[in-house]
Structures are given as C-alpha cells and as structure tokens.
Design a protein around this ligand. Sequence first.
Ligand code: SAM
Length: 203
Amino acid sequence: MSLRNKNNAVKTDNNPQAFRAKVAIRRNVLDAVGRGAGVFDAFAGSGEMYSAVWKDAKHYTGCDQKPQRDGRLLFCADNRRVMRAIDLRPFSVFDFDSYGSPWVQAIILADRRRVAPGELLGLVLTEGAGFAYKSNIVPEAIAILTGLRTGIVGLSKKQDAVIDKAIAGLARRMNCSVEKRWQAEGRTGAAMRYIGLVLKGKG
Ligand SMILES: C[S@@+](CC[C@H](N)C(=O)[O-])C[C@H]1O[C@@H](n2cnc3c(N)ncnc32)[C@H](O)[C@@H]1O
C-alpha cells in the first residue's frame, strides 16, 4: 500500500488496512535506518509488529506492562520506568505504538538518548489523543513539546497541526532534523495517526 506524505495521509480503517499501513511504515523506517538497527518496542503487545517487521532487525527488545509469553526478549513493566532506567544507546529505532498518546515516552527518549551528528534514528508513533483534543485538553507532554495550553477552542479540528508542532518540538529537543516522514490515518472516530520518522542528528 502506498503511504502519502503528512499533508495527504492515506486513510485507513482499523483493520486490516491499518495493519498494512503500520507494517509499511515500520518497514520504511527500518530500511531507512538500516537492518543493523536495534529496536526498542515500548508497547510490544502481542507482537504483531515484531512478527511483521521487527524480527528482521539485528536485535529487538520489547516492553509491555502485560506479560507476553512468546519467547521475545521483553521487559514486563511500565515503559516509562524502563526507559528512564536502561541504557538507550544500543537502540536506533523506537516504536511507540500506544493506544493513546506516545509523547511522554518521546520526551523521555529525547532527554535520555543523545543522537550523534549525522546519526539516523527511527521513531514510530501511534497517536490517538483526539479524544483529549475534543475536550480542548492539551495533554501535558504535548504542552511541553508545543507550548500549547489547555483551553484552546477547536483543538480537535487541529489534531494534525498539533502533531506537526509536537514533532517539530521533539526534533528540536533532540537536536535533530526530520529527514523522512510517513503517515497514515484511521477513519474511525478515534482519529488515530500512524507516523514513521527518520531523524538525523545535527552537528
Ligand atoms: C496497541 S497495543 C501494541 C501492539 C503491538 N505494537 C503489536 O505489535 O502487537 C498497546 C500495548 O501497550 C501496552 N501498554 C500500554 N501502556 C503501557 C506502558 N505505560 N508501558 C508498557 N506497556 C504499555 C498494552 O498492554 C498493550 O499491549
């Protein structure tokens, strides 16, 4: 399936089109960063993305708060605690396939994983904070990355602009440029956005 750029993102239903889009985004990110990459899959779940793509990376470590008994190397814990504790340098692809908002994990990444000049870092985000935007609530991590404050009216119609601002804020925080971006969107009311980024460390 073709993935469009961010301004013309392909629309998907949750399944199986969303699945195909999520796989294609991860495949693009892994190909861009290189198969020698180590992947940290912070919302590892039952391993659909592992089976479809991440198994082809050089090494893989997952994390899920629910036990998964399928032989993958996994932390069974809250990923925020794990990401604040472990050495993140062995990983150059991070998958934040959350149900809701991936931005807290993205900020932890930005603050704990230095990206060397010229180094490529892959980042995959599932963003579904649309429900919060409908109530004009700006989740704290988004406020940190964008400078937006809760109470802005009509936020739900501006989800994509908020995401663009958050990605720009994240890239700034990581001292990176955004080299590549792929995006697909869900058609359902949950307003899911599936995003793949390749960031490059600035000098
Ligand atoms: C959308 S599913 C992930 C699907 C997975 N990427 C796959 O390929 O099968 C989200 C998963 O994140 C886990 N999760 C949610 N919050 C978490 C957290 N703070 N730390 C670790 N896991 C979390 C849930 O238990 C759930 O399994």
